[in-house]
Structure formats: structure tokens, C-alpha cells
Design a protein around this ligand. Structure first.
Ligand code: GLU
Length: 494
């Protein structure tokens, strides 16, 4: 069997370190065994998927040196590699399942689904909805069909019993069919769900090993069943442990920067980031901390992955990055890295128009533009004392902006400006006053050339990291405050 692995990101946000982590292990596994590594874009969520996110994902994986053999940009014999271009394939496969009685058309409305779930719960049963709960009498189906009511296609699933799934790292896992819904395969917009598209594509793209995050284990029974329904062999499954914050919670952008863009902007070297990701749950046979991608490939054995949740700790990453800079760069290479990083036209062009009018001599650039190249700023609590704002308001402005930015999908000037002005109104503050803490947090000074343009240039993760840092400097919200604030924030109509 020829080895073929894939990474299958959904382009719905910033390029996540978790995606890079999964890509790395898939790539290394394939390279070690002389196989192929495929990149597939899972963009069936038409509302949340964006081209911008797709290009950022491709760019950041490439920056890390995680090159794929087949993908939407490089082509390959199993394309197209973007799911939105494969609709007809999924429709045909859904039809096959309808014809063989392994799937059914479901006209249930959201209200009916809710009532059915509540009824199951009241009976003390699993709340997973089964075909027997969902199917309507034939006459009712006809009536809704004639009325042109929206429908989905769902898969048949067993009512109860155990499902056994094999995992390369975990052996046989037993899961309970009782908990498994009659999964939607085709949505009412005619697009497939992850489950159908993923299984169909893994099969048609001849994927031999599915190495993916642990969060997908519960989907494995449905996938196994779909392979059976189609009469296909199932690829070997391997669920990698989830990356965690230092407090062991699941790595999330609320607590840590999770975007590769941030690590790039901060000036981490791609070699060090890949090296660190390779240390997440895996180790070299000699336990070396510092190793190249090539060395990882040479020594790779997936059985050395340990399942205890690996902690993604930026302090450790910085330490490792330092080793790479000190030990593995000549001054010439370092100069090149600095050029690649920020001292180049691409990065400076948007910055210069913002400060040119204030330059008298070129060396003024250091004081005027330092915050565009800096990582975390050296700011003090006193800088956040403003006559017009109380200390509590300052912390709230920072925290609420942070929450607001977490939800922003497209990081551009208009969106940032709208979301901040909405927030200042909701807090009953004049925009000018509201912005004061943000100036200090993002630029380290009380006035700066257009702070919103600066936020765009710095990127969403760096901007948020600076807001988080400012909150830390100010002592953040207490636990009690955090709860109350979150409630207040959620209730705001922004
Ligand atoms: N699109 C899924 C994701 O974003 C892929 C999961 C898988 O690898 O099967 O994580």
C-alpha cells in the first residue's frame, strides 16, 4: 500500500498552530515512509470560509517548510483539492446512500428537533436523535415535499450497541452508538457536512492514514459506518493529542496567541516553530530538544507519540528560538532573517506613510516606529491613568475590545473601526476617550499615528497579545469581575 496522508484545514480564520502541528505529523509520517502528503481545503461551510483565510493557511504552512505534494495550488491527479469545487461528487454519493437505504431525507424543522431532544431527555434516554425519532409518516413527507419545504439528508445509524474503532496510538477504542445522532450528510443548502465530504474525499484521494486531532475521535464511528455503507476500506486512523495551554486547558486564542501569523510577526524562526511543534507529544530517540525537520523525518516513529496533553508554552518556544538564533545562524544568515522578517519593503511600505510627516531625520524612525517591529511592549500601569476614565473603565475597555476582536473575522480597518465604535457607544463613552487605553496598549504611548492602521499592520493576534499584556500589567479582571463583565459584554448588542 502506498502511504498517502493529508491535512484538511477549514479556511475559517487565522492559520492556527494546531493546523501546523497536524500538518507536520502528517508530512513527516509520509516522508519517512516515502509516501505523499496532500493538502485539502475543507470549505463546505460557505458562510465562514474565506479566500483570505485559505491563502493565509497556505502561506504559513509554506513559511514553516511543510510543503505538500498535491493541493489546490499545486494540483495533482486526485483534484480538485478544494471541497467547494467537488459538490457534484458529494451529491452523487449522497444519492448512492439514499438509493441503498443507508440515508434518508429529513424534513424536520429546528423546533421539532428541539422538542424531540427534550422528549428523549425527559425519558432519561441519550439525546442523540435516531432515524426512528426523525422519520415522518409518508403522507407528511409528501405534504412537505409538495410545499417545497427545506430538507437535509441524514445517515442511518444503529440505535444502540458498541462500536469499535482502531487507532494507531490508542489501540481499539469502544464508543457507544446510543450517543450517535442520525448525522446530517447533506445540508439544506445542498452542501455536504464535514463527515460525508471527508470520508468521500479520503477515499477518492486514496488517503491511507488519517492523522488528525483528538477532537475527531467521536466522529470515528460515523466515518467507519460510512466506509461500510460505501463498501470501501477505511484508512488507518491516528488521533493526535490536543495542544494545551500551560494551565492544561485546550489551546485557545483567549489565553494564548494561536495564529502562525503572530509567531511570524513576533520574529520566531520557522525552524524553531517546527522544531517546537515536533516536541509536542513526540521526542527524538535521544531526547534532543533541538532538531531539524530533516532529522525528525529520519528518526520518525509515530509510536513515540505520547498521549498526555502536550503543553504549548511560548516561554519554552522562545528559549528554543534563542538556541536557533545563537547556534544555527551565521551573522549573514541572521541579517537575511531580519530582512525576511520586517526590514523589507513589503512590511515597511504600509508603515512609512503613517510616520513620514513626522520625520526630521531618518533616525527618528526608531522612536516613531518602534512599536511596529517590537513584540511585547514595556508598558507601566501609570501610563493608563487618564483624567477622563476611571481605572475600572480602562480595564473594561481593554477586556471588552479583546473579546470583540476575538470575534472579528476579517481583520481590516473598517471592521476594526466599526467594532470599536460600537463598543464605545455601548459603554457610553466618547470615541476619543475610549481609544486612550488602546493607544497605550498597542503603541506604548498616549498618542500614535493612526492606531487602527497600526492594528491592521500588526495583525489581529499581535494586537490581542498587546491588549492581554496591558490587562496583565493592570492586574486584569478579578475572577468575579470576569464573570460579571462577560455577562454584560454578551448582553450588549454589538
Ligand atoms: N476540516 C477538519 C478540520 O478543520 C479536518 C479534520 C480531519 O482531519 O479529518 O480540522
Amino acid at each position: 500500500m502506498s502511504v498517502r496522508t493529508r491535512v484538511a484545514p477549514s479556511p475559517t480564520g487565522d492559520p492556527h498552530v494546531g493546523t501546523a502541528y497536524i500538518a507536520l505529523f502528517n508530512m513527516v509520517f509520509a516522508r519517512k515512509l516515502g509516501g505523499k502528503f496532500v493538502l485539502r481545503i475543507e470549505d463546505t461551510d460557505q458562510v465562514r470560509s474565506t479566500d483570505e483565510s485559505e491563502s493565509m493557511i497556505l502561506e504559513s504552512l509554506r513559511w514553516l517548510g511543510l510543503n505538500w505534494d498535491e493541493g489546490p495550488d499545486v494540483g495533482g491527479e486526485y483534484g480538485p483539492y478544494r471541497q467547494s469545487e467537488r459538490s457534484a461528487i458529494y451529491q452523487a454519493h449522497a444519492q448512492t446512500l439514499l438509493d441503498s437505504g443507508h440515508a434518508f431525507i429529513c424534513y424536520r424543522t429546528p423546533e421539532e428537533l428541539e422538542a424531540l431532544r427534550a422528549a428523549r431527555k425527559a425519558d432519561g434516554r441519550h439525546t442523540a436523535l435516531k432515524p426512528s425519532d426523525l422519520m415522518l409518516p409518508a403522507a407528511e413527507v409528501e405534504k412537505r415535499k409538495a410545499a417545497g419545504a427545506p430538507y437535509v439528508i441524514r445517515m442511518m445509524v444503529p440505535e444502540e450497541g458498541k462500536c469499535e474503532v482502531n487507532d494507531m496510538l490508542r489501540g481499539t477504542i469502544e464508543l457507544d452508538w446510543g450517543q450517535v445522532d442520525a448525522q446530517i450528510l447533506m445540508k439544506s443548502d445542498g452542501m455536504p457536512t464535514y463527515h460525508l465530504a471527508n470520508v468521500v474525499d479520503d477515499h477518492l484521494m486514496a488517503i491511507s492514514h488519517v492523522i488528525r486531532g483528538e477532537e475527531w475521535i467521536n466522529s470515528a464511528p460515523k466515518h467507519k459506518l460510512l466506509y461500510q455503507y460505501f463498501g470501501w476500506d477505511m484508512p488507518v486512523l491516528c488521533h493526535m493529542p490536543l495542544l494545551r495551554n500551560p494551565d492544561k486547558s485546550k489551546l485557545s486564542k483567549r489565553k494564548n496567541p494561536t495564529s502562525i501569523n503572530y509567531y511570524k510577526r513576533m520574529g520566531y524562526l520557522p525552524e524553531a516553530v517546527v522544531n517546537y511543534l515536533g516536541r509536542m507529544g513526540w521526542s527524538m530517540p535521544d531526547e534532543a530538544e533541538k532538531f531539524t525537520l530533516q532529522a525528525m523525518i529520519e528518526h520518525f516513529d509515530i509510536q513515540r507519540v505520547s498521549l498526555g496533553g502536550p503543553v504549548f508554552d511560548t516561554t519554552k518556544l522562545s528559549w528554543l528560538n534563542g538556541l536557533w538564533i545563537r547556534e544555527s545562524c551565521t551573522p549573514e544568515q541572521l541579517a537575511q532573517k531580519l530582512r525576511d522578517w520586517a526590514f523589507n519593503e513589503d512590511y515597511l511600505m504600509p508603515v512609512l506613510p503613517l510616520i513620514q510627516t513626522r520625520l526630521e531625520v531618518l533616525s527618528d524612525i526608531v522612536k516613531l516606529a518602534d512599536f511596529f517591529v517590537a513584540g511585547q511592549l514595556d508598558i507601566q500601569a501609570e501610563q493608563f491613568e487618564f483624567g477622563k476614565l476611571e481605572a475600572l473603565q480602562v480595564r473594561k475597555i481593554l477586556q471588552y475590545s479583546l473579546w470583540q476582536f476575538e470575534a472579528v473575522r476579517s481583520w481590516d480597518r473598517d471592521t476594526i473601526s466599526q467594532s470599536l465604535s460600537g463598543l464605545s457607544q455601548a459603554l457610553g463613552l466618547k470615541m476619543k476617550d475610549f481609544m486612550m487605553p488602546l493607544f497605550v496598549a498597542v503603541s506604548g504611548r498616549s498618542a500614535a499615528p493612526s492606531i487602527m492602521d497600526a492594528m491592521v499592520i500588526l495583525g489581529s493576534d499581535m494586537t490581542r497579545a498587546r491588549l492581554r499584556h496591558a490587562l496583565d500589567v493592570l492586574g486584569g479582571p478579578s475572577k468575579k469581575e470576569a464573570k460579571a463583565w462577560e455577562k454584560e459584554f454578551r448582553a450588549m448588542e454589538l
